[in-house]
Design a protein around this ligand. Structure first.
Ligand code: SF4
Ligand code: SF4
Length: 264
């Protein structure tokens, strides 16, 4: 399809757009194709989306709504920007001079506040001195990039990197798999940065290993771990990590579904 489009044999039509935007960007084909050869089907799909956006054929009309929301209120949910900090409870301790920054993200700030609260409380419990960007935090740009609006994405990543670099932090921590993937994999393709990026599962793993985070309470439940596609596959962490944090919890019985390796 991409080749036919590139060589002018098919035109940017609604039918083509509907096909190209059916992909969820899960990355499975990119892994599977590496088993046989070095094809990058996901990169081809992303490039095709970018071209459709540039011709005015893409994205899907509903997706245009959240592009406008990010431009207007800095989040795709079209929530008031001044409510971005509403998730934070009184017991969270922040340090404005900390070298660790917790990038909360739009979903945890507005839709899954329990994720942000849990991450911040665990950081506090482990004695990790950290800060958040508060009213300087904007959407990471992931939903904008995934639908092919690379021009708006570049503006967002530059805005985020300018602010984070001005704070002089050494490590940025993410609890959202999508934000982490976007910072770790996509930002450096446009602009390099010096700070380290870590997902909370990586950081908590290190904190447990070092004894800084102590697990003392029994949790008698069985859980199935869903490894987000943005974390395990698209950010390419499968080779060196095996869901250790959950397995370390006392009495938690865990089912970890078999996962595809980088080589398929
Ligand atoms: S990334 Fe590949 S496997 Fe995943 S939905 Fe898109 S085309 Fe399908
Ligand atoms: S990271 Fe989670 S929400 Fe995002 S695409 Fe993967 S499964 Fe869906």
């Amino acid at each position: 399809l991409a080749l036919a489009y590139e060589t002018g044999r098919i035109k940017p039509t609604e039918e083509l757009r509907d096909i190209v935007y059916k992909c969820t960007v899960c990355g499975n084909c990119a892994v599977a194709c590496k088993y046989m050869n070095t094809l990058e089907p996901l990169e081809i799909i992303m490039k095709l989306r970018e071209k459709l956006v540039n011709t005015g054929c893409g994205p899907m009309p509903q997706q245009q709504v959240y592009i406008e929301a990010v431009k207007k209120v800095n989040n795709p949910y079209n929530e008031p920007y001044e409510k971005r900090m509403d998730w934070i409870p009184d017991d969270i301790i922040l340090n404005p001079d900390a070298k660790v920054l917790y990038f909360v993200g739009c979903t945890s700030s507005y839709r899954r506040k329990e994720m942000a609260i849990a991450a911040a409380r665990i950081l506090n419990a482990a004695g990790v001195s950290f800060n958040i960007l508060q009213n300087d935090e904007f959407c990471c740009g992931s939903p904008i990039l995934r639908i092919g609006d690379t021009t708006t994405f570049e503006e967002i990543l530059n805005k985020n990197l300018d602010i984070i670099e001005s704070k002089g932090v050494e490590t940025v921590v993410f609890s959202c798999a999508g934000c982490y993937d976007t910072f770790k994999v996509d930002y450096p393709l446009s602009r390099k940065y010096e700070f380290k990026v870590k997902h909370t599962v990586e950081l908590f793993d290190e904190l447990i290993e070092s004894g800084q985070l102590k697990l003392t309470n029994n949790v008698p439940i069985t859980v199935t771990y869903h490894d987000p596609c943005h974390l395990g596959r698209n950010a390419e962490r499968y080779e060196d990590w095996d869901g250790d944090v959950v397995q370390l919890l006392p009495l938690v019985s865990i089912n970890v579904p078999p996962k595809p390796k980088r080589t398929g």
